[in-house]
Design a protein around this ligand. Sequence first.
Ligand SMILES: [Zn+2]
Length: 317
Amino acid sequence: MSRGKFVIVRGPQLLSYSFPGSHPMNKERLIKFFEVLDRNIDELRDKVRFIEPVLASREEIALFHYEEYIDYVEKKCRLGYGYLDYGDTPAYPGCYEAASYTVGSTLSVLKMVLSGETCSGFNPMGGLHHARRDRAGGFCIFNDAGVAIEYALSRGNCRSVAYVDIDAHHGDGVYYEFEDDPRVIFLDIHQDGRTLYPGTGHEYERGRGNAIGKKLNIPLPPGSGDEAFKGAFDKGLEFLLSQDFDIILFQCGADCIIDDPITRLMYTPNSHYYAAKRLKDVAEEKCRGRIVAMGGGGYDPLNVANAWLNVIKALVT
Ligand SMILES: [Zn+2]
């Protein structure tokens, strides 16, 4: 079967998702990533294609977020100062549009995958997994992963979606908003919530109602390295293989790598290669290879660059 090249979203619009001052979520992460990607482009050139960032429509954002919250973000963006939440996620001029580009770009990759134009792709600015339907949280204004799940289920002919998250933080905005939805298969490996924001993602959180058993949270203690991650990921894959789904959304946050300034996991970027490679095999077996990858967190720019480069290398080959 012939397949389109792996797509990567690239363009200055993505860099506009950058909080002011010394905030750790700033454009330096993506600048470093594209610099490292360019240095390695020779081995990837024939396998990847760059696409422009896309602005999501309000209607698309509202597939996940409440209208009142979208209004609130617009208003705070016009004001251009203060916080969207209780102190993690600042408002700044242009933040509404920046967050809309993040959503639109993830949707753009998703639409290409759903249409069969390609089987996988990556939005490095995506994976803003802490935003809830009605509020911002943890540097996340709009939850592009949440919007993508709603889109895939309502318009993409997907009966079920697998969401896999290896960011150091628990993907609470995805977990709780789909906790009782059996169509969302959820796997999240993260630093134990007793030691890190947002404090959730305990092993006993396996979904609610009809969705009990459709979610798996695997917390790891601070200091866990590649071996601990591999053990957890393999356990996660067993769970994934026991489920059925039509596409994988992969949040490949890089804040779980050693020396990240805000977390205490100690993986190397090899973990990202391992996860992406194994996930690709699962996708081939379960859903015709369909994977939409999203960057997620990571606050040491070189770690971010190396981790995401490994994800791309694993997914294109
Ligand atoms: Zn994170």
